[in-house]
Design a protein around this ligand. Structure first.
Ligand code: HEC
Length: 158
């Protein structure tokens, strides 16, 4: 134990001596890691959103029975994700394995507006489902998809 802690102290002393370099390297690694995590998070979130939208589309196309409870569940998940997915678009995460265009980080007001539009559409889907209004539920699906596509056209590369 004593031996290990002596070694630890020496290692620590060495680290502190070289701390200028260490801190800058450490900071670089930390932010790169965070950006990578953000990219993974937003891609995963988008995949989940795709899952829920497909469920709705299948009901519209008659590929599965229309089920108001399933619709409400999908809409509620999307409504929550409209908020959380946005967390993944942190500054500096426009590099790496990502299709997010730099524009999303430059024109943040326009990107925010695209998120707000998406949130507005998910909220309407939830409201229609809560009201049990099947006609409105059905009509809301293409509106919702338009808000996905609108953002993709502007902020996602091909
Ligand atoms: C506010 C903008 C915005 C909205 C709204 C939005 N997306 Fe995205 N989406 C993006 C961006 C940007 C990317 C590229 C992510 C990356 O590679 O960093 C993306 C990527 C994706 C991907 C590919 C994920 C991957 O694995 O690479 C899917 C699938 C997707 N979106 C589905 C959806 C669906 C479905 C909706 C609507 C329910 C939606 N998106 C709404 C901006 C948006």
């Amino acid at each position: 134990m004593t031996k290990i802690s002596t070694v630890s102290r020496r290692v620590l002393a060495g680290l502190i001596a070289g701390s200028g370099l260490l801190l800058s390297v450490g900071a670089g690694v930390a932010s790169a890691q965070t950006a990578q995590q953000a990219i993974q998070f937003r891609k995963g979130s988008m995949q989940v959103q795709g899952w829920h939208v497909r469920t709705m589309v299948q009901m519209l196309k008659g590929q599965r029975p229309f089920d108001a409870a399933v619709y409400l569940r999908a809409a509620t998940a999307l409504d929550a994700m409209a908020v959380t997915t946005a967390e993944g678009f942190i500054p500096g995460s426009d590099v790496g394995d990502t299709r997010t265009l730099p524009e999303a980080f430059k024109d943040t007001a326009a990107f925010r507006a695209a998120i707000d539009r998406f949130q507005g559409e998910t909220a309407k889907a939830v409201a229609a489902a809560r009201a049990g209004d099947e006609k409105a539920m059905r009509a809301q699906v293409p509106e919702l998809i338009r808000s996905c596509d609108g953002c993709h056209e502007r902020f996602r590369s091909k």
